[in-house]
Ligand binder design. Structure first.
Ligand code: HEM
Length: 451
């Protein structure tokens, strides 16, 4: 059995290689961290390092990433302690494997099912069109990054509870911001610390969500009639497992908070970058627009808004979305070795973190020619190896919201390419990668509605 650690270095005492990582994230080229390992130790695709306070193994070859993500016997989740403490007892991160599998079965239809996605389309459209119109009517340039986060929060809140008009959840974005900041934080439960703030925010958010559940239950018992308009909370309250067991309220609340936390930033950043790249590549924008125009032209006069059949016809836009998912997913999925694991001629010691470095896999020129180029057409003929395109992970923890995330991005881009134009005020603003790829000016723009 292999007992040699992979090549690499454990950096400085205490801080390990965090400084090099931060320097690379602030340098405008997040891949330089991995490039430096490659140039010093060769292209082994597996390296030892010390990050986030733990000795860790980085894997960045498609087949190794896949092996780590799909083998639950050898690897478990390896997120920081704060993630588990903030996400709630009944969230997917904290339950046993059997309960995890049961919950995944139960949430599959409400998040990803054909009927649910069809039902969410008008909810998403309403929130998206409102946001775009609001931005276009602004008299001042605005930070697209900040606004996009707000818009995504509203879209998600609308999907969750769009049928409840008097919910105050919409107004809780700041609270949710505090909650998010604590997910990866030092576990110090004292006033002033991010973790403490996040716990307080969680308490408030749980209260609001519980009151929505109570309100829905009252409506259900009063009318005893199926309601005309439903949302994700309705679906989660209805699902039953093989034994007729429903989800408890605590499950529904913890699941919703996990969905928000898991889906919010990725969807916002990917959509923002798609809008920017389309604006900067007029020929690609034109093609995307043509496709959307043709879809609208074929629509019967009686049909209001998009439907799932039309979304499935958006082949070109789907490539734009995949290209953006490839380019914007820059960091890592966290696992921990449950036992000593031999891999690729090396040993991953029990208890070490394993970082599946999606950014390196997605930017590897062996798989993606000129990986830094925005080129949706690369998806026409590409034959990627298993593990070479993993924006949503793989295996039993594969993102359950992938179809919903793509639906939200597609609807956003549909309305954007057809009706709006974007102008950046500081096109040369540097990009920082500490919270995903974000411009230093938070992407200051003006948005115009085209007649
Ligand atoms: C562009 C948007 C998104 C990206 C890039 C993304 C990415 C991911 C990735 C990589 C994982 C796997 C994490 C791991 O293996 O440790 C994951 C898990 C998860 N995602 Fe997403 N996600 C997105 C949107 C969403 C949305 C919209 C939702 C829900 C509505 C969602 C819900 C979840 C949940 C609940 C998990 C945990 C699954 C489990 O532990 O079984 N995600 N996501």
């Amino acid at each position: 059995m292999a007992c040699t650690l992979p090549p690499g270095d454990l950096g400085l005492p205490f801080i390990g290689n965090m400084l090099s990582l931060f320097t690379s994230l602030r340098s405008g080229d997040p891949n330089s961290f991995i490039q430096s390992l490659v140039s010093r130790y060769g292209k082994t695709g597996i390296y030892k390092t010390h990050l986030f306070g733990c000795p860790s193994i980085i894997v960045c070859r498609p087949e190794l990433c896949r092996r780590v993500l799909t083998n639950d016997e050898l690897f478990k989740l390896g997120y920081p302690k704060s993630t588990y403490l903030i996400s709630g007892r009944k969230s997917l991160h904290n339950v046993t494997s059997a309960e995890h599998a049961r919950l995944r079965r139960l949430i599959s239809a409400p998040i990803n099912g054909h009927e649910s996605l069809s039902m969410y389309i008008p909810l998403i459209e309403e929130a998206v069109v409102n946001s775009l119109d609001e931005w276009a009517s602004m008299q001042q340039p605005f930070q697209l990054y900040t606004e996009m986060k707000t818009a995504t929060f509203k879209v998600m809140a609308h999907i969750f509870m769009g049928s409840v008009n008097n919910s105050t959840f919409w107004t809780k974005e700041d609270l949710f911001g505090d909650y998010m900041k604590g997910i990866v934080s030092m576990v110090i439960n004292l006033p002033g610390f991010a973790f403490h703030k996040a716990l307080q925010a969680r308490k408030e958010l749980v209260k609001v969500l519980q009151s929505v559940l109570n309100e829905k239950r009252v409506i259900m018992t009063k009318s005893n009639q199926p309601k005309a308009k439903k949302d994700m909370i309705d679906l989660l309250m209805e699902v039953e497992d093989e034994d007729g067991q429903k989800l408890e309220d605590e499950h529904v609340v913890d699941l919703l908070l996990t969905f928000l936390a898991a889906g919010f930033n990725g969807s916002a950043i990917t959509t923002l970058w798609a809008m920017l790249h389309l604006t900067e590549h007029p020929e690609i924008l034109e093609k995307a627009k043509q496709e959307q125009d043709e879809i609208i032209k074929r629509r019967p006069a009686t049909q209001k808004g998009l439907n799932l059949k039309e979304i499935k016809q958006m082949n070109y836009l789907a490539k734009v979305v995949d290209e953006m998912l490839r380019m914007t997913n820059i960091l890592s999925i966290f696992r921990e070795a449950k036992v000593d694991v031999p891999m690729h001629g090396y040993n991953i010691p029990k208890g070490w973190k394993v970082l599946v470095w999606t950014g390196a896999v997605h930017m590897d020129s062996e798989t993606y020619e000129n990986p830094k180029d925005f080129n949706p057409l690369r998806w026409d003929n590409i034959k990627t190896k298993a593990g070479a395109f993993i924006p949503f992970g793989a295996g039993s923890k594969l993102c359950p919201g992938s179809s919903l995330a793509k639906l939200v991005m597609t609807i956003f881009l549909h309305y954007f390419v057809l009706n709006y134009e974007l102008k950046r005020l500081n096109p040369d603003a540097p990009i920082r990668y500490t919270h995903g790829p974000v411009h230093e000016d938070k992407c200051l723009v003006e948005l115009y509605k085209i007649s």
